[in-house]
Design a protein around this ligand. Structure first.
Ligand SMILES: *[C@@H]1O[C@H](CO)[C@@H](O)[C@H](O)[C@H]1NC(C)=O
Ligand SMILES: *[C@@H]1O[C@H](CO)[C@@H](O)[C@H](O)[C@H]1NC(C)=O
Ligand SMILES: *[C@@H]1O[C@H](CO)[C@@H](O)[C@H](O)[C@H]1NC(C)=O
Ligand SMILES: *[C@@H]1O[C@H](CO)[C@@H](O)[C@H](O)[C@H]1NC(C)=O
Ligand SMILES: *[C@@H]1O[C@H](CO)[C@@H](O)[C@H](O)[C@H]1NC(C)=O
Ligand SMILES: *[C@@H]1O[C@H](CO)[C@@H](O)[C@H](O)[C@H]1NC(C)=O
Ligand SMILES: *[C@@H]1O[C@H](CO)[C@@H](O)[C@H](O)[C@H]1NC(C)=O
Ligand SMILES: *[C@@H]1O[C@H](CO)[C@@H](O)[C@H](O)[C@H]1NC(C)=O
Ligand SMILES: *[C@@H]1O[C@H](CO)[C@@H](O)[C@H](O)[C@H]1NC(C)=O
Ligand SMILES: *[C@@H]1O[C@H](CO)[C@@H](O)[C@H](O)[C@H]1NC(C)=O
Ligand SMILES: *[C@@H]1O[C@H](CO)[C@@H](O)[C@H](O)[C@H]1NC(C)=O
Length: 493
């Protein structure tokens, strides 16, 4: 120990600190010691005092008066100026009624992420954000804020990424509490100075805008946008033709709005498109099969557009799709065996009526397939289900509206990797299939409204991984078993 000279020791110590603080690695000057500026530390300490830590995953122990705030949890400083340039307290479950004004004293901040904390349903401060003029990344998603989004955010002209989405906006319990509005200012006014924006997430924000209004605003002010996520925003009217010029788009999520128009043919010309989510959008017309040829496409979700016609000849070789959800659409596939070309497919949602012998045998060759959801069964014979037992790597299985009363259900026992089995609104007219007892990895079992009868079997207790069981609406005797350890169960779309 004595032989290590001081400079080297310093180097070792600060080197270690660099790695724990993360983002600085590579650019850092290992011999420089940068100290947080007192006004920055005092703003952060005031912010800490505004939080309640009762449900939090941290108490921010490193945030202590007299310590260098550049080394505090979630804080990063500019190596040259020592100003705090990033504050990321994402997913800490901190609580505060409202965002403290002290935050806005961190005027050098470029990255601010307070997502997944709880600001108690308060409104975003009307003034303050405009002081954070260097911000490039702002994430306040799922942070329990509500009401009108203030005009001050529209003044952040350097923003590259803005996330104000609320993934719980759909929960009835939360709807009044966590509901952001974008009315005054409107969407159009909000995006006017966002020319650098590349990623915009406003899921669950009540925008209530017509296709013409929001599309033309995007085209005019953010023509090079790459990620657009406006799920469940109260958008109405068809997607305006001007949208066709947004060719840099890689992610389009417009689902759960009322688009009521023809499916845009030009999506097939968005060569960088990787995610297209339009579930439940009331789209009609013809889906352009050329979309399947897009090189980067990984996710295509069009479920619940009953008037959308997909006449697919063949699914191309080399297709990179990982998620495909086409249930509740008007789908026909001329060459079902071409499903075997989807070598990377992980999740598939289909209406059972499109299942044919060719299609089912090609699905059982897909080693990557982990999630299968089938609904609206019309055929009633055994070959309808038994092939599912051949998809050995299946982890999630959802079946709805099936008649299992005339078939052997022994195939269920083959799915040894299954973690979630959800069968809903179906017909067994029998006891719970004993084959389920072989699924040792099962965590979730839902068999609601399946006309199951008899006793709840003792073998259920042997499924040690089970954390959620729901057997509601059956004619089962024995102790009513309705256990929930999971907060959310959402495998049905
Ligand atoms: C690192 O910091 C020291 C002291 O502040 C300075 O003399 C040196 O030039 C810096 N080196 C680099 C590569 O920035
Ligand atoms: C924020 O800055 C103002 C002056 O710009 C100062 O008066 C105030 O005390 C600061 N607040 C905190 C919490 O540091
Ligand atoms: C904040 O940190 C989390 C990990 O804790 C990371 O996933 C997230 O991307 C960071 N936020 C930003 C805006 O970089
Ligand atoms: C947008 O920027 C212009 C000047 O570049 C400014 O006059 C206007 O107030 C800004 N709009 C908003 C909504 O901040
Ligand atoms: C948006 O808010 C208005 C007024 O509060 C309400 O009438 C409308 O239903 C909301 N839209 C959505 C999609 O929640
Ligand atoms: C598509 O992505 C590539 C690679 O990131 C990029 O060079 C190109 O400009 C993008 N195309 C459009 C239309 O943005
Ligand atoms: C589905 O599309 C076919 C044409 O391919 C059409 O004849 C049929 O009526 C459509 N079905 C529904 C339910 O819209
Ligand atoms: C069951 O359905 C398959 C495919 O739909 C069909 O080929 C087969 O003949 C049917 N078997 C019986 C016994 O009806
Ligand atoms: C139970 O399932 C049947 C179809 O099998 C359906 O008609 C009925 O509405 C379902 N009942 C409930 C309560 O969901
Ligand atoms: C069980 O499923 C039924 C029907 O989907 C649902 O209403 C009920 O809330 C579920 N029970 C639990 C404990 O999740
Ligand atoms: C429920 O099961 C009992 C026997 O366990 C039977 O007597 C009864 O008829 C069943 N009810 C219905 C509605 O199927």
């Amino acid at each position: 120990m004595a032989s290590i000279s001081w400079p080297i020791l310093l180097l070792l110590v600060s080197g270690q600190l660099y790695t724990t603080s993360g983002t600085i690695g590579g650019h850092g000057n290992l011999t420089a010691t940068f100290e947080c500026l007192p006004d920055q530390a005092s703003a952060l300490l005031q912010l800490k005092r505004s939080f309640s830590f009762e449900c939090a995953t941290t108490t921010l122990p490193s945030w202590e008066d007299g310590m260098d705030c550049c080394r505090w949890e979630g804080v990063d400083c500019d190596t040259a100026t020592s100003h705090v340039n990033a504050l990321n307290l994402s997913k800490r479950n901190l609580y505060s009624y409202g965002i403290d004004q002290a935050l806005f004293n961190l005027t050098s901040i470029q990255l601010l992420d307070l997502s997944m904390n709880d600001f108690g349903g308060s409104q975003l401060p009307a003034v303050g954000f405009e002081r954070l003029s260097l911000l490039t990344h702002l994430d306040l998603s799922s942070s329990g804020v509500s009401g009108q989004i203030p005009i001050s955010i529209s003044k952040l002209t350097n923003l590259v990424s803005l996330d104000l989405s609320n993934q719980y906006a759909n929960d009835n319990n939360e709807i009044s509490r966590n509901h952001l509005l974008l009315w005054e200012p409107s969407f159009k006014t909000m995006v006017r100075n966002f020319s650098k924006m590349r990623e915009l997430y406003l899921d669950g924000v009540n925008i209530s805008s017509s296709g013409e209004e929001w599309c033309t605003a995007l085209v005019r002010y953010i023509p090079r946008i790459r990620v657009l996520s406006l799920e469940n925003c109260g958008l109405y009217g068809s997607i305006h033709p001007s949208f066709s010029s947004l060719r840099s788009l890689e992610v389009i999520n417009l689902q759960l709005n009322t688009m009521s128009g023809a499916f845009p043919q030009y999506f097939a010309d968005f060569l960088n498109l990787s995610v297209l989510m339009l579930l439940g959008s009331d789209l009609n017309g013809l889906f352009p099969p050329k979309i399947f040829e897009l090189k980067h496409l990984t996710s295509l979700e069009l479920s619940g557009n009953a008037n959308l016609m997909l006449k697919v000849e063949t699914l191309p070789k080399g297709c990179s799709l990982e998620t495909l959800a086409l249930d509740g659409t008007n789908l026909s596939i001329a060459k079902p065996s071409s499903f075997g070309n989807l070598r990377f497919l992980q999740a598939l949602h289909l209406d059972a009526k499109v299942i044919s012998k060719e299609l089912s045998s090609s699905l059982s060759t897909l080693d990557s397939l982990e999630e299968l959801s089938l609904s609206r069964f019309v055929l009633l014979n055994e070959s309808l289900f038994s092939w599912i037992g051949d998809i050995k790597n299946l982890v999630f299985l959802t079946l709805e509206y099936g008649d299992f009363s005339r078939t052997s259900n022994s195939w269920i026992g083959n799915l040894i990797n299954l973690e979630a089995l959800v069968i809903l609104n179906s017909f067994f007219s029998a006891p719970i299939p004993p084959e389920i007892g072989k699924l040792k990895n099962l965590k979730i079992l839902s068999l609601n409204n399946c006309s199951l009868s008899g006793n709840i079997p003792a073998w259920i207790a042997n499924l040690k991984q089970l954390s959620y069981v729901n057997l509601s609406t059956n004619n089962l005797s024995g102790k009513v078993l309705l256990v929930t350890f999971l907060k959310r169960l959402d495998f049905t779309e």
